[in-house]
Ligand binder design. Structure first.
Ligand code: SAH
Length: 374
């Protein structure tokens, strides 16, 4: 079913989501539980339900005394996201969910199952303020930052589908998380960092996903990249470069007017040095805009010898845009020239195109609502 891209701000965005245990450290959860007159170990029990069994339903918590279930769930497990619509393709192995937040904002997440892994692509903001002209989310502006728990809840929802065997391929787990949905994660630094910790800390503190399997993607907010490097995490940094020269990047990624290509790459190499992690350079190939052979050579010379690889993304044209993906021959030549500089390069697969679930297609979409329950 085609989605209607409204291109306007979503209705919501007023206020702070209710407190949820995923916003809190385990010690803080214990304090809340104690404040309700319950023994602090109940915080671990609740956390195991949410992070280990992916449930927030009080009636499923048979290890808690019946009388304590509702008060505890109400205090620490409020329902933050309601599925407004679900779309799937690739035989059910790619699933996009449109979520409505408590205040009516709309955000999307995408689950992608591959033979060897399951990746959840999550949103960090409702909308985005970075205004990249080729990106669907960038067109509507920023509604608000998501809370830590609103980010984590997207992953938990995917984990629940997998655990319940609702994704073809048998029961499974979320192995990877990419912050490549709606929003600029480093513009919502505190919530995103706490979400990374919650996703990667072991149960019951968090969900127990490997840090190395988490990718934070940014337009290149230089001070925030430096700050992330200092956290000493082993998450992968992806930098959305899209042009090797300032003249073009100023238009494709407007924040480049503040932090230039050289500064962004210097910050990326700082991140690689601090973490030992290879940085992913994202480059959407746009026909006759940024796919010239000379730009491939310039990009190759900037990246040669660095701890980096290039992820080329065939542009997903957004509705109304005059831009489209590169011709196959131009794409092949771009790859060849990068390789000639010794730069590792992959071409991203474009899963989920039919459901507007592919890179840069996530825009809160309203239309005739088709509620799908929880
Ligand atoms: N704000 C962050 C993360 C969200 S976008 C960032 O910019 O990195 C995730 C990736 O999809 C980014 O590399 C982004 O540039 C890319 N993207 C956005 N719109 C796209 C489109 N129409 N086609 C292909 N890639 C796109």
């Amino acid at each position: 079913m085609p989605l209607v891209l409204t291109g306007r701000r979503t209705a919501g965005g007023r206020g702070r989501p209710p407190r949820h245990l995923a916003d809190l450290s385990l010690a803080e959860r214990r304090a809340v539980v104690a404040g309700l007159g319950q023994p602090p170990f109940r915080a671990s029990q609740l956390s195991r339900h949410f992070f280990g069994r992916y449930t927030d339903q009080a009636d499923e918590m048979s290890d808690l005394p019946r009388a304590a279930r509702d008060p505890l769930a109400q205090a620490l497990l409020p329902r933050l996201l309601t599925a407004e619509r679900e779309l799937s393709c690739d035989g059910g192995t790619t699933r996009k969910t449109l979520w409505r937040t408590f205040d009516g904002a709309l955000v999307e997440s995408v689950l992608m199952r591959y033979p060897d892994r399951v990746t959840m692509c999550v949103s960090s903001q409702a909308g985005c303020g970075m205004a990249c002209p080729f990106c669907a989310t960038g067109q509507a502006g920023l509604t608000r930052n998501l809370s830590t728990a609103e980010i984590v809840a997207q992953v938990v929802a995917g984990a629940r589908l997998l655990a319940d065997g609702e994704v073809p391929g048998g029961p499974g787990r979320v192995s990877n998380v990419v912050f490549m949905g709606m929003g600029e994660p480093l513009a919502n630094y505190a919530s995103v960092l706490a979400a990374v910790r919650r996703l990667t800390d072991p149960v019951p503190e968090g969900m127990g996903i490997s840090q190395r399997s988490v990718t934070v993607s940014t337009v290149g907010l230089v001070p925030a990249i430096a700050r992330l490097a200092a956290e000493r995490l082993s998450v992968t940094l992806a930098v959305s470069l899209h042009a090797p020269d300032d003249e073009l990047r100023d238009t494709l990624v407007p924040v480049n007017r503040r932090w230039k290509v050289a500064e962004v790459l210097a910050a990326a190499w700082g991140y690689a040095a601090a973490t030992g992690r290879r940085v992913s350079i994202e480059y959407a190939l746009i026909r006759d805009i940024n796919d010239h052979a000379w730009r491939a050579d310039l990009l190759g010379s900037l990246l040669a010898g660095r701890l980096a690889h290039v992820n080329l993304i065939p542009l997903n044209p957004t509705p109304g845009s005059k831009w489209t993906a590169s011709r196959p021959a131009a794409q092949r030549e771009f790859v060849r020239r990068l390789q000639a500089h010794g730069v590792p390069v992959t071409v991203r697969d474009t899963r989920g195109r039919e459901i507007d679930g592919a890179c840069g297609q996530l825009a809160a979409s309203a239309g005739s609502p088709r509620p799908v329950g929880r």
